[in-house]
Unconditional design. Structure first.
Length: 150
């Protein structure tokens, strides 16, 4: 029973830590050192289904895959559960950002939930800045309360 609780906390902790990590990476790496990969994501219109920005998937997936692999090699130790939390965040990011917000696949177009509307509002504010600087709303799931207003 203790192992189930511990493993669950490791998964949840890694998931929450990834939101903070993604926020910092988005603000300081994507809008900083690696802007050259991220800038096509801020273009008004893109004809390409795949963007340079999509290569960040490989950067973010590497620690999760590594933890999963090493944890499996060592009888599903703590690294596996951390890797699972990172992988679940990656899936959530793809689902929320690429499918729900940017509609790369035309699902969930009419979601009428206050939280989902706030996510879309915050992301729209983030994308109103087409350049590298003056950005805001760098997170994905943690939305400032001001975006819940109608």
């Amino acid at each position: 029973m203790i192992a189930i609780f511990t493993n669950t906390m490791l998964v949840l902790g890694a998931f929450v830590a990834m939101e903070a990590t993604a926020w910092m990476a988005h603000k300081y790496i994507m809008h900083g050192l690696l802007w050259s990969l991220h800038k096509d994501h801020h273009k008004k219109e893109s004809d390409n289904f795949i963007e340079h920005n999509d290569f960040f998937f490989l950067i973010f997936a590497t620690p999760g895959i590594t933890c999963l692999f090493l944890g499996m090699q060592q009888d599903y130790n703590f690294l596996f559960w951390i890797g699972l939390g990172i992988a679940l965040y990656g899936f959530t990011y793809f689902f929320v950002h690429d499918i729900f917000i940017h509609q790369r696949f035309k699902f969930f177009r009419n979601a009428n939930n206050a939280y989902f509307k706030a996510i879309r509002r915050a992301h729209k504010v983030h994308h109103k800045h087409l350049g590298k600087t003056n950005g805001e709303c760098f997170g994905m799931l943690w939305i400032p309360f001001k975006y819940f207003r109608n």
